[in-house]
Design a protein around this ligand. Structure first.
Ligand SMILES: C[S@@+](CC[C@H](N)C(=O)[O-])C[C@H]1O[C@@H](n2cnc3c(N)ncnc32)[C@H](O)[C@@H]1O
Length: 229
């Protein structure tokens, strides 16, 4: 017997058994695919220092949660294998194009990060950028990342997070939360994601807080780091 994603039942025993769906929206899905395709270099320029640090020395096979249209392809060595957990079908064509251009062997898994169809302790590296803000349940996604990593395996992340309480940025994040989430398909600028990562049972966590200076004020407070399984 196998579950919805084809994994043996023992893999899903400790997990949420209700199949998690991704609500793909035709217009906003296409808009976001185009937005991140055209803005990719600009966003990456702001995040380049932290990404260069955390994505250094990736192994030849990497799992990425929510790779979108391939913003992090540039950090993979040519001939790497990328297992892309990307449930948004509107991202897939551009993601394939980015993989071809980077010489990366791409395997798209059309599942959500809350239910990754990979066995326990089966991978050495998981990466994410600007994803835990958008997933429905960041705690569950981080638990899944922890589950699939081998002992000593590494989760490398660059995410935007809530600003400190009482700051102007936090006020703007609150004020714009509804239109922001509508445009960017569920993205929240009010998540304290460092708490989710620190509480997920990794053996070591290293998190750097920093600020970028873009006109998108709610998006400017970031963390980047690594967590070792
Ligand atoms: C803001 S985009 C970031 C894309 C890319 N990582 C980047 O840095 O440009 C968020 C991505 O997360 C994906 N996503 C949303 N919910 C997800 C989930 N539950 N599991 C995995 N990916 C998800 C979206 O489809 C989208 O590609």
């Amino acid at each position: 017997m196998s579950s919805r994603f084809g994994q043996p039942p023992e893999l899903s025993a400790a997990r949420n058994e209700v199949p998690e769906e991704f609500d793909a929206h035709a217009a906003r899905g296409r808009f976001n695919a185009a937005f991140f395709w055209f803005m990719g270099n600009y966003i990456n320029w702001h995040m380049r220092k932290s990404k260069t640090r955390i994505f250094a020395h990736l192994p030849s096979t990497v799992v990425e949660i929510g790779p979108g249209v391939g913003a992090n392809m540039r950090y993979l060595a040519p001939n790497s294998r990328l297992i892309a957990v990307e449930p948004n079908p509107h991202m897939h064509a551009r993601l394939r194009r980015a993989a071809r251009a980077a010489g990366v062997d791409l395997e798209i898994r059309d599942v959500v990060g809350e239910q990754i169809d990979l066995p326990d302790a089966s991978v050495d590296a998981v990466i994410s950028s600007l994803v835990l803000c958008s997933v429905r349940n960041p705690d569950l996604v981080v638990a899944e990342i922890r589950r699939i990593l081998r002992p000593g395996g590494r989760f490398s992340f660059a995410e935007h997070v809530a600003a400190k309480k009482g700051t102007l940025t936090r006020g703007v994040q609150r004020l714009l939360r509804r239109p922001w989430a509508w445009v960017f398909e569920g993205c929240s600028c009010e998540r304290e994601l460092e708490i989710a990562i620190e509480g997920a049972g990794f053996t070591a966590v290293d998190i750097d807080h920093y600020r970028i200076h873009s006109p998108f004020l709610p998006f400017n407070t970031h963390i980047a780091g690594t967590a070792v399984a």
